[in-house]
Design a protein around this ligand. Structure first.
Ligand SMILES: [Zn+2]
Ligand SMILES: [Zn+2]
Ligand SMILES: [Zn+2]
Length: 353
């Protein structure tokens, strides 16, 4: 992110003594003659007009308040313009605070409280009766959003969800033992058939594998950075005004660069499952299915699944395993100890002695 300086505008300050508005560069109230105290902040005028030629000293340093009389003196002054005191003991004004969004547009007219005539929003005194004009402080400061307060109900719900998860895990893993007799079996064996064919993916051009066929590409934002680049587009935020401490505001804009790159479709040849052959029966003689491969095909993964059904005092349970050894031991009517969880799922079996 880079800060781009768009220019400078003259700020205002409101006299705490007589409440009239004063130009930023004046150190003493034009209505009552009181000096601007150090704690009276500069404000944005109703309409900010960029100065064609900002005084160079405004850019570098904030004004200094005299330690003796409090008068504001321009940066670089050696002695106070009002009382002649040495300014090396004075205090520099704050600078760098964000005052708000830049206001290039004309604000609505202000009605004079004394005579009722309309004056431009930028006017500090009524053009008819010379009464100092006041404006309500416009709420434009770039304030961070207020911290979100989390509803206690949300905490309660989170607690409840957590409790439910724990209870679920408890029911899932806590088991009780049941003795059952084998009432039936079924085995299933599967072999996947794979074929080499084109598979489409998408990625950045420089990440496409060498053997791929490149398809359609489009320009997309790949990264953002603060420096310009050949294939980058500058993106800038809303301009805003910063207090320089000298009565001038610096109008800036935060910018960064979106770097574009080619995002492409590409195809590569890959083995993927296109078919499978399966054998299944309710006996104790499992065998693998016969595989007939066409040209360009190969054998894929093999899977075996053995399902054993139990009867335990009228309750029926099913246990599924990939272990042929366990399956072969589950002879008809043999007795087994079943570890059953709350969902009636058999987690493990062992021979009952
Ligand atoms: Zn005043
Ligand atoms: Zn002084
Ligand atoms: Zn008036």
């Amino acid at each position: 992110m880079t800060k781009k300086i768009l220019g400078y505008v003259e700020l205002e300050w409101t006299c705490p003594n007589c409440h009239s508005k004063n130009r930023g560069k004046t150190a003493v109230c034009q209505s009552c003659g009181a000096p601007q105290p150090a704690d009276v902040q500069f404000e944005q005028p109703a309409q900010e007009v960029l100065l064609t030629q900002p005084p160079p000293q405004a850019v570098s340093a904030p004004d200094i308040h005299c330690a003796y009389c409090g008068t504001r003196n321009p940066a670089g002054s050696q002695t106070c313009a009002s009382c002649g005191a040495d300014l090396s003991e004075g205090t520099a004004r704050q600078q760098g605070q964000v005052l708000g969004t830049h206001r290039p547009q004309a604000a609505p007219d202000v009605i004079c409280p004394a005579c009722g005539s309309a004056n431009p929003a930028t006017a500090r005194r009524c053009s008819q009766c010379n009464t100092p004009l006041r404006t309500e402080k416009q709420e434009t400061a770039v304030a961070p959003p207020p911290p979100r307060k989390t509803n206690p109900i949300v905490y309660a719900l989170i607690g409840l969800a957590l409790f439910a998860c724990l209870a679920f895990a408890f029911m899932l893993f806590r088991t009780e033992e049941v003795v059952g007799q084998v009432s039936g079996v079924q085995w299933t064996r599967t072999i996947a058939i794979e074929e080499r064919g084109p598979v489409e993916y998408r990625t950045w051009r420089d990440q496409i594998p060498a053997n791929a066929e490149i398809g359609r590409c489009e320009q997309r934002v790949r990264t953002t950075q603060s420096n310009p680049a050949p294939n980058a587009v500058e993106v800038c935020g809303t301009p805003y005004t910063i207090d320089t401490g000298s009565g001038l505001g610096q109008v800036v804009q935060d910018c960064y660069y979106e770097v574009y790159d080619d995002f492409c479709r590409y195809t590569v040849l890959e083995w993927r499952e296109v078919d499978k052959v399966t054998t299944s029966a309710s006996d104790y003689a499992p065998y693998w299915p016969e595989l007939r491969l066409r040209p360009g095909q190969r054998e894929g993964a093999r899977q075996e699944s053995y399902e054993i059904r139990f009867n335990a005092d009228g309750d029926r349970y099913t246990y599924t395993t990939s272990s042929l050894e366990t399956f072969m031991q589950c002879r008809p009517n043999s007795a087994w100890i079943l570890e059953v969880n709350a969902f009636k799922t058999v987690r493990a079996i062992s021979p009952a002695r």
